[in-house]
Design a protein around this ligand. Structure first.
Ligand code: PEP
Length: 247
């Protein structure tokens, strides 16, 4: 089956509401190709402003995290129905910065992904090895474990809907990337870990993607797009990354 490429921008803890709206408007101006799905993931505080800026365009709105309960006494948390209410289609789950700085576990990632899917959101589940794990030759085992635990208990028809981003931790924000061949190989490990649903799931690469490095990953069988951090804060760089995935 054919998987529509997806290029998603993770704006992390950047942009005021005015900056976010201006950035989103510049992304919409593109020009964007029709055969690549595009999503931007601003901070929670800018979701409403960005939703307005995206209105009438094909660019999708995403959030950077979500809690698994729909409501309740969870001070500071944001639920799946709240994101749906703001017009979100995607939500990043299990980003390595959340695993590293906020102690997010595989079990938390599993609960978040399942809750997102249950409310009609598409989780972009981030997996990837740290440099010490890579040096110890444990990349495949780590990624396999993260994928299996994130999807444990989910029926195949739900697994098919999600997106997995392979983001080696050592490549995020460092300017270093694996080769396209290596990323494509790990994408294969991810599909294998997803079982029967694997061929339908979009697997992205993420980590130091720029208009220069993107050619290593675009057009690579098994890599269905990219999750972009730093370069997504520059509309023209982001648009050029999107265009690299157009056939
Ligand atoms: C990310 O944080 O998801 C990411 C890929 O960051 P960067 O592109 O800046 O390496």
């Amino acid at each position: 089956m054919s998987r529509t490429p997806l290029v998603a921008g993770n704006w992390k803890m950047h942009t005021t509401t005015a900056e976010a709206a201006a950035l989103a408007a510049a992304v919409v101006r593109g020009p964007l190709p029709a055969d690549v799905e595009v999503a931007v993931c601003p901070p929670y505080t800018a979701l409403a402003a960005v939703a307005r800026a995206l209105d009438g365009s094909a660019v999708r709105l995403g959030a950077q995290d979500v809690f698994w309960e729909p409501r309740g006494p969870y001070t500071g948390e944001i639920s799946p129905p709240m994101l749906v209410d703001l017009g979100c289609r995607y939500v990043i789950v299990g980003h390595s910065e959340r695993r590293q700085h906020f102690g997010e576990t595989d079990e938390a990632v599993r609960r978040k992904a399942a809750a997102a899917l249950a409310h009609g959101l598409v989780p972009i589940v981030c997996v990837g090895e740290r440099v010490d794990e890579r040096d110890a030759g444990r990349t495949d085992a780590v990624v396999r474990r993260q994928v299996e635990q994130a999807t444990a208990g989910l029926p195949d028809e739900r697994v098919r809907l999600l997106v997995v981003a392979y983001e080696p931790v050592w490549a995020i924000g460092t300017g270093r990337t694996p080769t396209g061949e290596e990323a494509g190989r790990v994408a294969g490990v991810i599909r294998d870990a997803l079982g029967a649903a694997g061929e339908d799931v979009r697997v992205l690469y993420g980590g130091s993607v720029t208009p220069v490095t993107v050619s290593e990953f675009s057009g690579r069988p098994g890599i269905d797009g990219v999750l972009v951090g730093g370069a997504s804060l520059d509309a023209s760089a982001f648009v050029s990354i999107v265009r690299a995935f157009s056939r």
